[in-house]
Design a protein around this ligand. Sequence first.
Ligand code: IMP
Length: 211
Amino acid sequence: MFNLNQHKLLIASHNEGKINEFRELLKLLMIDISSSKELKLPEPIEDGNTFEENALIKAKSASNLSNLISLSDDSGIEIDALNGQPGIYSARWAGPNRDFNLAMREVIKLLDDKKVPVSDRTARFVCALCLFYPSGEYHFFVGKVEGLVVWPPRGKYGFGYDAIFKPLNMNKTFGEITSDEKHSWAPSKVGLSHRAKAFAKLVSYLSQRKK
Ligand code: IMP
């Protein structure tokens, strides 16, 4: 039967923060990993309407160009009081310079303009993984973590919107905890972060598939 350990896995991403998280989450599987960034593959246009559609666009493009099994992630933060924005546009809100201070200020400005009470600033991070095989077969694994948007930004860890996201039942933002705490992940656990939860589903799928 197919065994991923005998293959190279291509991380279909150019985002250094994400690639590092993928490496950490996958280190337990001890598989040979490369990334679209390392292989200098062009970035496809992400014109899907959902996290899953965008994940598929990235994984399919990387696999077609490299002939490797590829794994992509499309993720973002959905803020309820902003009708789910920025959602699939989370990276784009940071502008061409990927300035997340700008994006976080925009989020707070919109929430303040709408006079949304602090306790109603509910949000979730969503991660859709897509595993794409050169044969054309693909699978999705989705993870979510619920929380609150807080201000001002807190913490020195993480990336993107981590400093303004406080998961439910925690007093710290994702920016105030290490990546090990953020994922709280091991093959037998479900994980804390959206990405760790999606990875737990991926690993469970891969271990079934090996049998
Ligand atoms: P994309 O999936 O590359 O389109 O980008 C998703 C964007 O969502 C990232 O650039 C971040 O801004 C945001 N995002 C996704 N996951 C996280 C996370 O774990 N922490 C903070 N921001 C995140």
